[in-house]
Ligand binder design. Structure first.
Ligand code: ADP
Length: 417
């Protein structure tokens, strides 16, 4: 007999709650997860909040959308639960016994996903100085669902925990050692849930045990990072103390000379550490260089349109974006002793932009990498190998699924409730 269990996955941001509801069907101890619905509450506490729920219907989803004012995260969470009942995805609140939450920063405290109790909440709160933009809204999401579904058990899944295996010489910054010892200044890395998912996928695709896999994974979304995986473990990654480090992103600068901060505070009228940090997070990257947009699709369009006001800046933004990725791939190739089982492109840009994949590969000169143009351009569902046989490293585009990973962790940690 098969046992069915619903698992709700929550990703709460400052003005949004993304959710997915899975069903775990446990046949012969091998759980199989199917998605029942997904959706999003956006513009929380901003006028004209939007609620979207998409209900699974075979291979497709039926979408429902409502615009109404949603004043805070508790009302957002209530909207989610009410809709699950209204659209008959669940019968009542009691159907939800397990909720998994995406937490961005677990600092040095959390090396694995964990069942949430008061001590864990205190630990996540203690990490707020490391992730002031991310941990507070995730905690708000957690407390909202705790309030509304008091009988449910909750699990925290951290973006940072996958990177706890990075060796000391790679996670330390060359700053006074006391900054690390006293203030925990070090590289933490993010997107770990996506990297774990891709690594699991690679074990199947390559038919190789996880602990034998060496790979370079490019998670290129609005936020973007790269990870070198050595023997199935994170060995290096481009994001650092915060998600601002590393690659050029939608609106984040990535790595810069650290003295730019102080210099700008001195020369720009009314600039403070906070305003400059804000500019580096929200007005830099593709947006900052192109002057046009943080969305790669917009920047590609303006870079291709000679008459566009930001044509040349957009071309420059793409060139810089691609070169930075290529340079990290080369560096990580060296970290992996050129012994690389797979180079993977994933997330919004990595999964969908054939031109960015092509430009990155063309930019790499120290390895012989070759794409098959048709395969690079082809539609696909789950993953596709896109390299030619002559390529020194097999190259893949793989669709990531962080929510499924959170669902699996939640299921595994709460198996016996
Ligand atoms: P995040 O989760 O970090 O917000 P996503 O992984 O959703 O970001 O990626 C968003 C980025 O993916 C945007 O820059 C968007 O332009 C890009 N993107 C999405 N679809 C495509 C596509 N078909 N072609 C090119 N870029 C795309």
């Amino acid at each position: 007999m098969s046992e069915q269990n619903k698992i709700l996955v929550i990703n709460a941001g400052s003005s949004s709650i993304k959710f997915q509801l899975f069903n775990a069907i446990n046949n012969d101890k091998q759980p199989h997860f199917t998605i029942l619905c997904k959706g999003l509450v956006e513009r929380i506490a901003i006028k004209n909040s939007n609620f979207i729920i998409e209900i699974a219907n075979g291979d497709n989803f039926i979408k429902h959308e409502v615009t109404k004012d949603i004043a805070d995260h508790v009302i957002g969470a209530q909207t989610v639960i009410d809709a699950l009942i209204e659209y008959k995805v669940i019968n009542n609140f009691d159907d939800i016994k397990r909720i998994g939450h995406r937490m961005v920063h677990g600092g040095q405290k959390f090396n694995n996903s964990i069942v949430i109790d008061e001590k864990v909440i205190a630990g996540i709160k203690a990490c707020i100085p490391l992730a002031p933009l991310h941990n507070p809204p995730a905690l708000k999401g957690l407390s909202s669902f705790q309030k509304l579904v008091p009988h449910a058990k909750h699990v925290a899944v951290f973006d940072t925990s996958f990177h706890s295996t990075i060796p000391e010489e790679k996670y330390l910054y060359s700053v006074p050692y006391d900054w690390y010892k006293t203030y925990e200044v070090r590289r933490y890395g993010f997107h770990g849930t996506s990297y774990r998912y891709i690594l699991d996928k690679l074990t199947n695709i390559l038919n190789k045990p996880k602990d034998k896999i060496n790979a370079i994974i490019c998670h290129l979304g609005n936020g973007a990072s790269i990870c070198a995986i050595k023997n199935g473990k994170s060995f290096n990654t481009s994001m650092g103390l915060t998600p601002l480090d590393g690659l050029i992103m939608g609106s984040r600068s990535g790595i810069i000379d650290p003295s730019i901060h102080g210099y700008m505070c001195n020369v720009k009228a009314e600039a403070t550490i906070e305003t400059i940090t804000n500019d580096l997070n929200k007005s830099s990257g593709l947006l900052g260089i192109s002057g046009h947009s943080s969305d790669l699709r917009d920047v590609l369009a303006s870079s291709n349109d000679k008459n566009h006001k930001y044509h040349l800046q957009s071309q420059l933004a793409i060139k810089m974006f691609v070169q930075r990725i290529a340079n990290y791939i080369v560096q990580y190739g060296n970290d992996l002793d050129s012994n690389i089982d797979a180079l993977v492109f994933t997330a919004g840009i990595g999964e969908n932009s054939a031109i960015i994949r092509q430009l990155v590969i063309e930019e790499i000169k120290v390895f012989t990498l070759k794409l098959v143009t048709n395969k690079n351009n082809d539609k696909y569902n789950d993953y596709l190998e896109i390299s030619d046989k002559q390529s020194e490293v097999p190259i893949f585009k793989i669709r990531t699924n962080e929510e499924l990973m959170i669902c699996q962790d939640t299921y595994n940690l709460l198996k016996n409730i």
